[in-house]
Design a protein around this ligand. Sequence first.
Ligand SMILES: CC(C)(COP(=O)(O)OP(=O)(O)OC[C@H]1O[C@@H](n2cnc3c(N)ncnc32)[C@H](O)[C@@H]1OP(=O)(O)O)[C@@H](O)C(=O)NCCC(=O)NCCS
Length: 164
Amino acid sequence: MPQTQLGGFDCGDEDLNNFLLEDAKGFLEKRIATSYLLVDEDNIVAYFCLLNDKISRQDITNSQWKKIKGGYPESKRFGSYPAIKIGRFAVSSKYRGRNIGTDLMNLLKGMLNNNPNYSAFRYLTVDAYLSAIDFYQKNKFKILSEKILNDHTRLMFFDMLELE
Ligand SMILES: CC(C)(COP(=O)(O)OP(=O)(O)OC[C@H]1O[C@@H](n2cnc3c(N)ncnc32)[C@H](O)[C@@H]1OP(=O)(O)O)[C@@H](O)C(=O)NCCC(=O)NCCS
């Protein structure tokens, strides 16, 4: 990817467009986030980026934490559990509504699920735009954080054990 032309991508959201153009390479070089592109000839159809994360007791409400913790036996109840964050996820406006987002999400899940031995993680997390919550719910993500006034994202998660 370091040599890939990143201009011309438009998903209708300035932040997501600019990240690809201005930040993706630097984030890769500094090992802050790794971006993956879906390319059709010269067009970038979609992209996402990944970084390490965790779901921690202090980041969510007690009742939500109980649900997470409830999935573990007593001996494996810790203050946080490992996750991988989807830092950005976008499909070009030209290719929207053709199930590409869902196909790419399934590819991402499968890719991570097939490499479980490098470093363990249990959840995928994402700070979902309010407008994209339906998309993530259709892809079996659940809401983890309460709605915060003026906040334009909600923390959502997918349990990798659902793939088994
Ligand atoms: C959200 C996004 C990635 C979905 O990509 P896509 O390829 O259009 O999604 P799909 O075609 O796989 O859609 C799957 C389902 O989710 C629904 N969906 C997709 N985007 C949606 C949105 N923004 N709001 C509500 N529902 C949405 C579709 O209607 C479809 O439902 P159906 O199966 O009942 O028809 C794309 O709309 C996008 O890039 N949006 C702008 C950037 C963004 O919001 N990214 C998320 C950042 S957290």
